[in-house]
Design a protein around this ligand. Structure first.
Ligand SMILES: Nc1ncnc2c1ncn2[C@@H]1O[C@H](COP(=O)(O)OP(=O)(O)O)[C@@H](O)[C@H]1O
Ligand SMILES: [Mg+2]
Length: 232
């Protein structure tokens, strides 16, 4: 990674709590999270189950709002954005990959991948071309018209990566993308992520609970007691 690369994402003093069910108190999940991610950087976020990793990723990506704090994408203060503005930002700048692919079951692989492009207003033929080349690139040329239920777990996850890349996002936010896969598929998904960084300069925030995966990233942050600490 080039150390002069610009910062694409910055979180300042993020706080988030949820209402506790058992009493009137609050569950303080994130108390003071600070992070900056540079172009082409791959960072891992680790931490025990329930510590708030997914909550943080959702806040970074504008899927959820912090109670306080700032989130900047380039020079855009998205903590001030309304729902429509956030949806636009996500569609153009961010590719999400989740543990359970979240593909739409009634659509084919190709249609799932095209969807963010169509939402953005890409003409259908162009969206088809891009979706086809992404799926081809991910070894799914023979699976364009399969529905998610007709694909293996590893294939489903590769489709969801292709969907995340449809609009050439600056950043991929991945929430335990290999948490559900065997070693071979985990390896192929990770290799694809690292190739994408080389070829397209994407930044990646990778949530994982596996140390071996975290160690392959440029830097590792641990979320603990509501705070993010860099471990190397
Ligand atoms: N919408 C919500 N309402 C109430 N509590 C929530 C909500 N989302 C998450 N939590 C709680 O916040 C904590 C952190 O959750 P999460 O971010 O999913 O953890 P992780 O991804 O690190 O396993 C958990 O205790 C979870 O039960
Ligand atoms: Mg989680």
């Amino acid at each position: 990674m080039n150390s002069t690369n610009s910062t694409v994402l910055r979180c300042n003093h993020i706080k988030k709590s949820f209402d506790s069910e058992s009493d009137k108190g609050k569950l303080e999940i994130l108390t003071d999270v600070n992070l900056s991610v540079k172009q082409s950087e791959i960072i891992a976020v680790i931490g025990s189950s329930g510590c708030g990793k997914s909550t943080l990723l959702h806040i970074m990506g504008g899927l959820d709002k912090p109670d306080s704090g700032e989130i900047w994408w380039d020079d855009k203060p998205i903590h001030k954005y309304n729902t429509d503005e956030l949806a636009g930002l996500r569609n153009r700048n961010i590719g999400f990959v989740f543990q359970f692919h979240h593909l739409l079951p009634e659509f084919t692989a190709m249609e799932n991948v095209m969807m963010p492009g169509l939402i953005k207003g890409t003409p259908k033929a162009e969206a088809e071309d891009r979706a086809t080349s992404l799926l081809d690139r991910f070894g799914l040329k023979q699976r364009l018209h399969h529905r998610p239920s007709q694909l293996s777990g590893g294939e489903q996850q590769r489709v969801s990566m292709a969907r995340a890349l449809m609009n050439n996002p600056s950043t991929i936010l991945a929430d335990e993308p290999t948490g559900n896969l065997d070693e071979k598929n985990t390896d192929s998904i990770l290799s694809l992520l690292f190739e994408l960084r080389e070829e397209e300069n994407v930044s990646i925030v990778l949530i994982t609970h596996e140390n071996e995966i975290a160690e392959r990233c440029d830097s590792i942050y641990t979320l603990h007691n509501g705070v993010l600490e860099q471990s190397e």
